[in-house]
Design a protein around this ligand. Structure first.
Ligand SMILES: Cc1cc2nc3c(=O)[nH]c(=O)nc-3n(C[C@H](O)[C@H](O)[C@H](O)COP(=O)(O)OP(=O)(O)OC[C@H]3O[C@@H](n4cnc5c(N)ncnc54)[C@H](O)[C@@H]3O)c2cc1C
Ligand code: SF4
Length: 521
């Protein structure tokens, strides 16, 4: 009998378009899928995130098996499970004596480096193939980045538009004559703004088994286990995409930055979990959005905004991650060292904006982009929270979080820990921004109009504390430096009030216990 090709398929590679499967027939291959403890616990992922990935893996394995593929599936509670990818590949090599191990490259630095050791360890060749589900290759990003001080996303995005032809005219110009319609996509929420709900998918028997497993084995992890409604099959993910195009895309653009208490995801697509684990193909999704524009079902600002998030930001952060790792994981350009406050895990704070964003995070393993960026992230930035603790938190709590996409957003976009390579300025904001873009402040115990004093919105003094303590680093930045003229005009007494108010607030923060994010060694 000929020796099979062993194809390990990771939990975020649940796609038939995987480079490692290309050209293979079921007769030639054994597909290895592994639920391993190390991956489920290197941070203590939200319970729903673990359910989502294990359930989607089990469904994908069942679909492949039904098509005649030989799938070797190792469950978490298999008594022989070694708990690591390398350990499980080693056991599979003993079981199948493969002629080759063929795998699509991992999305994460840590796993990629473990894979690089397989060649020397196993008695057969190991082929690590590029992940062709992404539009930009590592080489594309390197070519874009080399020689640039600031890696402005806009220029990368235009290259991706040209590469894919998305929203391009035959004369090589962008559709509508303008590349980026972000200026039309910043509407504050009007009173009563409410979006049609995104579909939720009732757990089937496979998902229920995983829910039981996670309830038992991961009880100390953050987040509500149920109700669970994420798509776990390609068919469900396609149905969720259809629903987004039919009900939400039209107003996705204008209200992209709006936040409304009780309307957790507004017009956002909720498709990141399916994109990131492989159930949806990013390019196909963008082509469907483009078709909605060309057929007059959605306006250009919404469609361009949606496509930009995917072929712009999503591709860009992935390129940025591989270009800047491993330094990015250690970056701390603003020397921020404050521990993450306990309320990031409990939600127990009087700041209504933060409490609401943490509630939706706990209930759904999701918060939308502006909640992540301008409420939670902004707080982390202006309060000077240690970037590694912030990154652990984001990686643990969101169902769509994998380090390649989470870390550039946290260290680069939110915390400016990379010294401004990703973002041209820190996204620091006072309470005024949150008040303009949300309805949170009206019923908050703090008063957004008050600048200092016991009832003042904490974002107000923290903003000035941030600007003042980082003056040396930020003053020469032409996008933010002007603000120091306002600060200087305030006079010393007012400045002191801001600084003392901020310091009193920072002193009052209770640090999170380490057991929330990670298991003790
Ligand atoms: C601090 C911080 C951490 C984040 N961590 C993650 C993460 O771990 N995983 C993740 O997928 N996204 C992350 N994002 C980006 C973004 O917030 C989520 O992709 C989005 O909220 C997912 O919801 P959605 O599918 O409804 O997105 P939509 O608003 O509908 O956007 C459509 C798609 O665009 C992509 N996208 C949009 N913005 C970004 C971005 N900045 N980076 C990468 N892709 C983007 C996503 O695939 C998303 O599904 C983070 C953003 C911030 C500010
Ligand atoms: S007043 Fe300040 S703390 Fe309260 S919701 Fe508004 S921005 Fe948040």
């Amino acid at each position: 009998m000929t020796r099979p090709i062993l194809v390990p398929v990771l939990g975020d590679q649940l796609s038939r378009n995987l480079s490692s499967l290309e050209g293979l027939t079921p007769k030639e291959a054994v597909i290895l899928m592994m639920e391993v403890w190390d991956e489920a616990t290197y941070v203590k992922h939200h319970k729903q995130k673990i359910v989502l990935i294990f359930s989607a893996m089990r469904h994908f394995a069942a679909e492949l098996a039904a098509e005649g593929w030989q799938v070797d599936y190792v469950t978490l509670d298999d008594v022989h499970n070694t708990g690591s990818f390398t350990g499980e590949v080693a056991r599979a090599v003993e079981r199948h004596a493969p002629s080759e191990i063929r795998v699509t490259e991992s999305g994460e630095w840590r796993v990629h480096h473990a894979m690089l050791e397989w060649e020397g360890r196993f008695p057969c060749p190991v082929s690590i193939l590029p992940d062709t589900r992404f539009i930009a290759t590592h080489e594309d990003f390197r070519r874009f980045a080399e020689g640039r001080k600031h890696l402005t996303m806009e220029y990368f995005y235009r290259a991706m538009r040209r590469k894919t032809g998305l929203l391009m005219r035959p004369d090589g110009k962008p559709e509508g004559g303008i590349w980026n319609l972000d200026a039309e996509n910043r509407k504050p929420p009007k009173a009563g703004l409410s979006a049609p709900p995104a579909p939720k998918f009732a757990p089937d028997a496979i998902t229920q088994d995983v829910i039981a497993l996670v309830g038992e084995r991961f009880a100390s992890h953050f987040g509500d286990l149920e109700p669970f409604g994420w798509p776990v099959t390609r068919a469900q993910a396609l149905a969720a995409a259809e629903a987004f195009f039919a009900r939400r895309l039209e107003l996705f653009g204008p209200y992209q930055d709006a936040m409304v208490h009780g309307e957790d995801d507004l017009y956002h697509s909720m498709l990141s979990t399916s994109l990131n684990c492989g159930l949806l193909d990013p390019l196909a999704l963008c082509r469907a959005a483009e078709a909605a524009y060309r057929e007059g079902r959605a306006p250009l600002n919404s469609v361009e905004g949606f496509i930009r998030q995917i072929i712009g930001w999503r591709e860009y952060v992935r390129g940025f991650y591989w270009y800047t790792m491993p330094a990015l994981a250690e970056a701390n350009a603003l020397a921020a060292t404050r521990p993450l406050p306990e309320f990031f895990w409990t939600g127990a704070t009087d700041m209504r904006c933060i409490a609401d964003c943490i509630r939706t995070t706990r209930e759904d393993a999701h918060a939308h982009h502006i909640q992540r960026l301008m409420v939670l992230g902004n707080f982390g930035l202006i309060a000077g929270i240690d970037p590694q603790q912030v990154a652990d938190w984001y990686l643990a709590v969101y169902a769509d979080a994998y380090e390649w996409v989470e870390l550039p957003n946290v260290a680069g976009m939110v915390l400016y820990a990379d010294g401004g390579r990703l973002a041209t300025k820190p996204y620091a904001a006072s309470g005024n921004y949150i008040n303009t873009m949300s309805n949170y402040c009206g019923q908050c115990r703090y008063k957004v109009a008050e600048k200092t004093g016991p009832d003042a919105c904490p974002f107000n003094p923290l903003y000035w504390h941030f600007m003042a303590r980082n003056r040396r680093r930020l003053e020469s930045n032409h996008r933010i430096g002007r603000i120091y003229a306002t600060w200087d005009k305030m006079g010393e007494a007012r400045q002191r009030e801001y600084l003392e108010a901020a310091e009193a607030f920072l002193e009052s923060l209770v640090p999170a216990s380490p057991g929330w994010a990670r298991y003790a060694d």
